[in-house]
Each structure stands twice: as structure tokens, then as C-alpha cells.
Design a protein around this ligand. Structure first.
Ligand code: NAD
Length: 273
């Protein structure tokens, strides 16, 4: 199927690499125009690649999701360059890597706690708040003739928000917070804007790639605890996000969508495979 997002405009945070870049590529393949935001300058390279494929399909902005002003600027870019906004993907996120790594609560610093809450959760709140006006202005007239034309917000949470593991209270709390924010936003913003959360399991992106290749033990245990017996790819997450961004999911809001190889559904009996 092609052109599943024909005529739509999307804003994606954390689009310089990993899942955000995969979503931007897929969205453009499917006919969308995309504003890509990130703190990394490589976001301009991804936008240039997309404009090389389809001229006028992408714009890059410097976006730190913890900044209200930066969000206002990103939404303004969508308005100025493309005149409308149908989709917001709150994808940017961080782990504890730069804040002492995985830590039990007893030794976790307040800095490590606050940093993850600020990027992973407050970043979503600021993005939603900044985008509501343009999403609403875009979708309201469309809904008059097409009840499936709601705008769509997709918050990228984690399987850690369904089944958390020890030593990442800050990450798990930020990702659980996204579930609550998603449900409240869905109840406030319907019927004009739908809001859903996506819960990936381990996905081979720069976020965890070094850990996957540096420790065979980690990889083997991830595979052993996953019914589908492998880590996922950014493209597999992007396929789900595309569904939620498109009119194919027009009766879905306030819901949680797993893309985690079955990790939270089952206890895999080791040695049975
Ligand atoms: N990779 C996984 O195993 C995994 C699993 C579950 C959930 N997730 C979630 O998926 C999302 C995407 O992660 P990924 O796997 O692509 O990781 P990634 O590290 O490859 O990409 C994250 C992107 O977010 C950007 N970013 C970080 N802080 C930012 C900020 N303050 N403002 C703007 N951009 C910022 C980074 O520069 C990077 O480009 C994150 O929310 C992450 O928590 C990832």
C-alpha cells in the first residue's frame, strides 16, 4: 500500500536517528511532508536525504523537547513551510546512560531522576501543548466531511511502562507517565485529535546498539525472554506508528500499542526452544 499519509503533515521529535528517522522516512514514502526536530545536527542530513528523494517533503529544526520556546518554533515551522499539521510523534527520549547508567533507587541521583522525567515525560507535555492549536485548526474543517480525519498524536513510551525492570526507576516512571498523559490528552482532545501510546521492547537503534554488541549475555537473555526471540528494528516500530498516524486507526484513541515481540505477554520457558 502506498500514499497512506497523502497530503498529511507530521512533526516528529528525535528524528535525527533511530526510530524517529525511520518514521520520517516511512511517512515521506507514504506521501507525507515532515518536520524533523532533534538536538543533534544530523537531523539536517535526514531532512536533506528526504528532500533528495522527494523535493519539498521535509524540513529540519533544532528542537530540544524540554524547551517550550523550541516547540513553539517547531510548530511554527510546520505552519510556515506546509501550512498545516495533522500528526505529532513525541518520539525523542533518553536513558540513564549519561547519568550514571542503571542504578537502584537507593543510589540514583536526583539529577538522573529529573533528567529522564524532563525529556521523556515533560517533553511530551510541552509538545502536545504547543501543537494542539495547529492540529485542531487543521483537523476541524476536515472532520465536517470525513469522520475519520482526526489529527493524531503518538507518544513513544516503552514496554518498561507495562513490565518494568529493576534499576531504571527514572526511565520506567517517565514511560508510565506517558501512559497517563496519553489517556488524559485523549479524553480532553477528542473527537478532533486522537492520542495513543506505543510501547516498544528492545529495538536495535543507537540507544541500545552498543549494549547489544558489547554483551553477548544481554543479547542472549533478551532473546530468551522474548517469544519472537530477537530484538526489534526501528522499521517495525515505524510501521505501527504509521498505522496510528493514518486514518486506518481512526477509531483508536487513549490506547496502548505494544511492539515488543511478546515480552510482556508471556513468560518464555527457557530451554523449550
Ligand atoms: N531502542 C529501544 O530499545 C527502545 C525501547 C523502548 C522505547 N524506546 C523509546 O523510543 C524512542 C526513540 O528511541 P530510539 O530507540 O530511536 O533511540 P535513539 O537514541 O536512537 O534516538 C533518540 C533521539 O532522540 C533525540 N533526543 C534526545 N534528547 C532530546 C531532546 N531533549 N530534544 C530533542 N531530541 C532529543 C536524540 O538526539 C536521538 O536522535 C525513545 O522515546 C525511547 O525511549 C526505545
Amino acid at each position: 500500500m502506498t500514499d497512506r499519509l497523502a497530503g498529511k503533515v507530521a512533526l516528529i521529535s528525535g528524528a535525527a536517528r533511530g526510530q524517529g528517522a525511520a518514521e520520517a522516512r516511512l511517512f515521506v514514502d507514504q506521501g507525507a511532508q515532515v518536520v524533523l526536530g532533534d538536538v543533534l545536527p544530523e537531523v539536517h542530513d535526514v531532512a536533506a536525504e528526504l528532500n533528495g528523494k522527494r523535493p519539498g517533503s521535509a524540513a529540519a529544526v533544532a528542537l530540544d523537547v524540554t524547551s517550550h520556546d523550541a516547540w513553539v518554533g517547531a510548530v511554527e515551522t510546520a505552519r510556515r513551510q506546509f501550512g498545516r499539521l495533522h500528526i505529532l510523534v513525541n518520539n525523542a527520549g533518553i536513558t540513564s546512560e549519561r547519568y550514571g547508567g542503571l542504578q537502584p533507587i537507593e543510589t540514583m541521583t536526583l539529577e538522573a531522576w529529573n533528567a529522564l522525567l524532563e525529556v521523556n515525560l515533560t517533553g511530551n507535555f510541552l509538545g502536545i501543548r504547543a501543537a494542539i492549536g495547529l492540529l485542531r485548526d487543521t483537523a476541524t474543517p476536515l472532520l465536517a466531511t470525513n469522520p475519520r480525519a482526526s489529527a493524531s498524536i503518538v507518544n513513544i513510551s516503552s514496554a518498561q511502562a507495562i513490565r518494568p525492570s529493576p534499576h531504571q526507576a527514572n526511565y520506567a516512571a517517565s514511560k508510565w507517565g506517558q501512559r497517563g498523559l496519553t489517556k488524559v490528552a485523549a479524553s480532553e482532545l477528542g473527537p478532533v485529535i486522537r492520542v495513543n501510546s506505543v510501547h516498544p521492547g528492545p529495538i536495535d537503534t543507537p540507544m541500545i546498539h552498543d549494549m547489544l554488541v558489547s554483551s553477548l549475555d544481554v543479547l542472549v537473555s533478551l532473546q530468551a525472554d522474548t517469544p519472537l526471540a530477537r530484538v526489534g528494528t526501528a522499521e517495525e516500530v515505524a510501521d505501527l506508528v504509521l498505522f496510528l498516524a493514518s486514518e486506518e486507526s481512526s477509531y483508536c484513541t487513549g490506547a496502548e500499542f505494544l511492539v515488543e515481540g511478546g515480552r510482556t505477554a508471556a513468560t518464555v520457558l527457557r530451554g523449550e526452544r
